[in-house]
Structure formats: C-alpha cells, structure tokens
Design a protein around this ligand. Structure first.
Ligand code: ADP
Length: 498
C-alpha cells in the first residue's frame, strides 16, 4: 500500500475556499491519514490566509529564500506550516512576496478579474513544490495534483525531473474537479515554465488551438487521471461535456477513472454542525423545524412554517442552472412555497437574482456573497434543495442536502446522477427528484412532483429519512483513492506497490 503522499492544491478548506475543490482537499487527506497514509498538503500562502495565521497557528519553517526561475524572473519562496485543524496532518504554505502576498485566490477581489500574472503564479507554485519536497526531506511515493492549477507538475516529473533523486520514483495522479476550467494561456508561458518552444507544435501535448492548456498537459503526463464521480468520468469523453478535450480523454480512457467525493461529516452533520443554532437527527427532527424559522427570519420572509421552503446555494456560474431557475421563477412564485438563494459569482446572475427578490417580496429571499455559515443554515432549514446543473462533476450540496433531510431536486448529470434517486420512479429507494433535459419545464415539473410529495407528510418523511441515512463517508472514497495510487504506480512501473 502507498504510504507517502504529497497532496497539492490551490484551495484547501478551511484555509482558502472557492468551491468544492477546497472541501475535497480539506477532507480526503484526513480520510487517507486515518487509513495509515503519511499525507502532507502543500498550497500557496495567499494574503487571505496570512491574515488568519494566528487563528490557524501558522509558523515559519527552516525552508527559506529558495530561488525559483519563472522566465526572466527569479522569485524566492519560504515555507510556512500549520496542521489541518483537528489533525496532525502537516499543511505547507508557499510564501512569495511577488505572487501570493495579496488578497484573492484566482482573481482580484476588487476588480473581480483574473490576476493578469495568473500563469506565472501557477508556474511559480509548481516549481516551488518541486523544490519544497526535497527541502523538507519528504520523498513521497505519489504526488496528487488537483485541477489545472497544479496539473503541470506531472509534466515536470517526466521531462525535467525524471532523474531527480527524490522525484524519479514518484508516480503522479491528477484529479479533475471541474473540466470547464483548464488554465489556457498564451504560448509564451512555455518560456516561463522553462520549457523549449520546440515542444509547441500542433496536436502536441503543449499545444491547444494555438495556446497552452495546463489541464491538457496534466491529462497527458499524469500516470493516472480521475474525476470526482463515475458518471462525470464517462460524460467528459463525449463532445457535449468534453469542453474540447473529449477526444483526448477518450484516447487516455485506460487511465481515466471516477471516484465519488465523500462528505466531511465533522463539518456537515446536522447533529453537530457548528454553524446551526438547533441540531437534529433522523431520530428527532424537531431542530430542523426551528432552523426553518431561523432561515425565514434571516431572509425577512414570513414565518409560514408549514409552507415548503426551497433552498439553492452555489457559485453563480452558467454551470449551475441559475438561468433555468430564473426562467421558471414567475410561475414558481405562484405556487404555495418560499425560496431562498445564496450565491456569488457572475455579476449577471447576482443582479438578476437581486432584482427578482425585489419582485417577489415575502416569497423569495436572495443573498449574494459568500457566506459559509448561512450555507449551513439553509441546508438545515430548507425542505427542498434545487440543483439544476448543466453539468456537475460531483456536486457536494446535493449530498449535504441528503444528509440534512433537505430533499434534493436535481438534473440527471455527473455526480448528481450518481447520488440522487427519483422518488416517483423508484418509490422504494428514492431520495429526491430528478429531471433529465436541461429545460425550464423539466425543472418545473420536478419541483411540482416534489411539492406533491411534500403534501403527503408520511411519504415525505420517508424520502427525507432515506437521504439522511446515506453513507457518503470519505473513508469509502479514500479506499478507492488508495487503489488509484496503486494503479498510478503500476502504470509507471508496470508493477504494483503492494
Ligand atoms: P462547485 O465546486 O462547483 O462550486 P460543489 O457543490 O461541489 O460546487 O461545492 C460547492 C461548495 O461551496 C459547497 O460547500 C457550498 O456550500 C459552497 N458554496 C458555494 N457558493 C457559496 C456561497 N455563496 N456561500 C457559501 N458557500 C458556498
């Protein structure tokens, strides 16, 4: 079994979070650790984290002032260290004055635009990781990279570090949390990476429609690649979901796998959740009703406790189906229900939903912004949860909803298809409501079916309870990752680590 893993991520909960990647990076290492793996995490030391260094007890290490070359720039990094809260898993932070001593993870919080030097930041981080592990005296067996932010590392392992004493034996894993974000940069990024222009030729690993695509590089060079649900692993090999990489993904299907994410139940459990005022469980649901009142109050909605309350939480991006919800809202608001929406992101949707809330006072509550505690309260207080995603690699909110007895209404795609079972189609095992076509009427139909079920209190309760009893433990997923690590070693060497 693999014993030493370096986990590399641009986001790790609770230090820095934009979306589901952070949740996975904060939880999977814990589960691996519980299975006996010496896993260590490395991430950038963003200004946002530096501000909270006291809270997380982040300390400098002896690794200081190591130079890294990015094109014509020489920038030095120092390593800081803390532990993943509640564990003894080391988390290393790469500090760079030039690249990370600023607020924002991927984009400038003031302009809301991507950092113009984002390519350099990613190249710098990857190169710093290559120097950090030897400097720390931590030779991993596996380097586990995540998304395009860190996906050039497998290429370095094969091209520039294939004879390096520490890196030579290391097998690489790339987890794709979302294929839509690929890290596409101008050709000059090759120079910044320290690689020759001769690598840039049509259809080669370093060329993508005249540009350089970091995720493509990772897919080609990693020993194994996985996505975060079995269905998404299949979908991305089709033109509809492949974001122009479906052909490439089909060509590497022998090393492409799907492993469903788990839920960190130390953070997401209605019986112990630190962000909710009233706790509850499948045995005693009374706290859930009280949380409904908390949420209605927070959104200034009348406290009609028996009217169904629909929640929606998520990044406001085209992916998440906000356009479908906006289209059905005028009709939906004629029904006897209330709805609360929490999201941030694309200003187009932020404005659309802020305007809609003004149109439907007393029925629709909208909060635009990132608010972790409020997300927990909505999961606890709502009766239903809509997630009509256009595509969904895994999706965490529908799993949180199931565990919180908040019946999910989802589109049948990616991880949503792998976790939610339609209660009309499968009365014995249904835990939610599912629709197939990405059309407003399909979403509306599914919500109406959920409202009908809600009216039958006993049936509704049994649907809720089925969800609350699901096992989304990270332990199950972590065991699959251990098998994946073993495959990575097999693919690299043709033999197993066992
Ligand atoms: P994605 O990774 O595509 O953003 P997921 O459903 O996998 O979607 O994970 C989203 C995570 O981010 C969940 O933990 C969700 O609660 C959280 N989240 C998204 N938007 C917000 C927001 N505006 N405020 C608080 N939490 C949010």
């Amino acid at each position: 079994m693999v014993k030493k893993v370096l986990f590399v991520s641009a986001e790790v909960y609770p230090f820095a979070k934009v979306g589901g990647l952070a949740d996975v990076a904060g939880a999977l290492p814990k589960a691996l650790h519980n299975l006996g793996v010496d896993v260590r995490i490395i991430m950038p030391y963003y200004g946002d984290i530096q501000r909270k260094s006291g809270e997380f007890n982040i300390k400098p290490t002896d690794v200081k002032n190591i130079p890294v070359v990015v094109g014509d720039i020489v920038e030095r990094f120092s390593l800081y260290q803390a532990y993943l809260p509640g564990t003894d898993i080391p988390v290393y932070f790469v500090r760079s004055q030039r690249y990370f001593d600023r607020m924002g993870i991927y984009f400038d919080p003031e302009t809301k635009k991507d950092f113009p030097d984002q390519d350099e930041r990613l190249v710098f981080f990857a190169k710093a990781v290559l120097d950090a592990a030897p400097a720390l005296g931590f030779p991993p067996q596996i380097i586990h990279t995540n998304d395009h932010h860190t996906s050039i590392l497998p290429a370095y392992l094969k091209l520039t570090h294939s004879r390096h004493p520490i890196w030579r034996p290391v097998a690489s894993v790339l987890t794709i949390h979302n294929l839509a974000y690929q890290g596409i940069f101008e050709k000059d990024v090759l120079y910044k990476m320290g690689l020759g222009e001769e690598l840039f030729y049509p259809t080669g690993p370093f060329e993508f429609f005249g540009k350089v695509n970091f995720l493509k590089i990772g897919i080609l060079f990693a020993d194994v690649v996985n996505t975060v649900s079995p269905t998404y692993a299949k979908e991305i090999q089709t033109p509809e979901y492949g974001h122009k990489l479906d052909g490439l993904l089909r060509s590497v299907s022998h090393k492409l796998f799907g492993i469903l994410n788990g839920v960190d139940t130390t953070v997401w459990n209605p019986a112990t959740d630190q962000h909710i005022e009233y706790h509850y469980s499948a045995e005693d649901l009374s706290g859930k009703r009280k949380m409904k009142v908390v949420v209605l109050r927070q959104f200034n909605l009348p406290e009609d406790i028996d009217t169904p309350l629909i929640g929606m939480i998520g990044r406001m991006a085209d992916q998440k189906g906000y356009d479908l919800v906006a289209q059905i809202l005028p009709d939906l608001m004629k029904e006897n229900l209330k709805m609360v929406v929490l999201g941030s992101g694309d200003p187009k949707y932020e404005k659309l939903f802020t305007d809609l809330a003004k149109k439907f006072p007393g029925k629709l509550g909208v909060y635009t912004g990132f608010n972790g505690p409020l997300a927990h309260k909505i999961e606890a207080g709502a009766d239903m949860f809509v997630m009509p995603s256009r595509f969904e690699p895994c999706g965490l909110n529908q799993m949180y909803s199931l565990l919180y007895g908040t019946v999910p209404i989802v589109r049948k795609t990616g991880g949503l298809a792998d976790t939610v079972i339609d209660a009309d189609q499968f009365p014995e095992k249904g835990n939610g409501f599912v629709f197939e076509e990405y059309k407003p009427e399909a979403l509306f139909g599914a919500i109406q079916r959920a409202l009908n079920a809600f009216a039958d209190k006993e049936r509704w309760r049994s649907i809720m309870l089925r969800g609350m009893k699901e096992d989304f433990s990270w332990e199950r997923s972590a065991r699959k990752y251990l098998e994946l690590y073993d495959k990575a070693i097999q693919f690299k060497y043709g033999t197993s680590a066992v």
